[in-house]
Write a protein that binds this ligand. Sequence first.
Ligand SMILES: Nc1ncnc2c1ncn2[C@@H]1O[C@H](COP(=O)(O)OP(=O)(O)O)[C@@H](O)[C@H]1O
Ligand SMILES: [Mg+2]
Length: 397
Amino acid sequence: MAAIPAAAAMAASNMARAAVRAAAATAAACGTRLADSVPREIVDDIFAHALKKQTGVSLKYMLDFGANPIERQLVLSAQFLQKELPVRLAHRVAELENLPYGLSSKPQVLKVRDWYVESFQELRSFPGVRNVEEEGAFTDLLRHIYRRHANVVPLMAMGVSALKKELSDKSFVTEMPEIHQFLDGFYLSRIGIRMLIGQHIALHEPPKAAHIGLICTKCSPWQVAQDAINDARSICLREYGTAPDVSIYGDPSFAFAYVPSHLHHMVFELVKNSLRAVQDRFDDGEEEPPPIRLVVAEGGEDVTIKVSDEGGGIPRSGLPRIWSYLYSTAKSPVQLDDSVVESGGPNVLAGYGYGLPISRLYARYFGGDLQIISMEGYGTDAYLHLNRLGNVQEPLP
Ligand SMILES: Nc1ncnc2c1ncn2[C@@H]1O[C@H](COP(=O)(O)OP(=O)(O)O)[C@@H](O)[C@H]1O
Ligand SMILES: [Mg+2]
């Protein structure tokens, strides 16, 4: 584990303390306090855990650790999770209690908070993991928790969009940087928690060739991109009756260690955006739409995937907004309702506004990044950087 400079650690712990104090104050003010529905000692336990430091791991650590998942390793992994997950969950509960503009008391946000509290309690009340049997029972609990939290993103999105509607009626602040910052941290933390749990569960499954849990040691960006392109084009075909071509440039046999599901998610979102932009720009059918170009570049430090389109680009003044969870230029923005939440999110080309910000978090989670460069009047280039060495520590909000 990398050492954190003492001053930074102190600042972080002061911030955590302030957040916990503020959480108590805000919640008390709006009558939806945790203490209204949860016994005192559990509330205290949660806030005590919210003050503890989270422990990050790296892709490389997960690879080394899972390379030989003998029973002893699995017990150690379960013990680590039993200590670490309550800390991460408690941090989020404290934040969920303390959101500005009354977001904390939105029913959807309260439901999400209650899921975090339930999972916290189940992990805390699970007796120690000392042997293989106990480890098996603990893994069952993890599976249950993993499923419980499946639809957190659309549910939170529903709460946030309800707030947005309310505030725009009052015609003030619609940018809400605090909420954006909170959501970035919240979703990033969720990616980390699901990665840790998912990895532990996956190590119990029958071994798959070139896989260590969720990580593929020979992940071919070319192949993953091809699958993501097929999926994105089929949605485009369904919505528009036609879809621009996408050509891939790069070495199909090149492979590196990465989580294919994360990579698929990111490329899928980028390609959907490009398809939509090109399709909308060339929809009069007079000109053949120019193909979207996806380039896979293999560097020593990074693997970079560039997605280039001639879809007309994004005005420079609008660029900061594309990273917002509250912004989409989709013609018919998706109405988030219970059915969308139950299905885990809308299966459409655009309209949720979450594609870019969440993809950037997936990239950053393993030390990469996502950049969008636009030439208004011509097209857009998305650069997806993936860190190759994988020894970057998880970022922990
Ligand atoms: N390749 C692109 N060309 C033009 N505009 C884009 C492109 N990618 C993203 N955008 C703009 O950024 C916005 C946000 O994108 P995203 O986060 O994927 O959400 P959504 O696609 O649901 O609107 C889009 O609504 C669109 O206005
Ligand atoms: Mg999109």
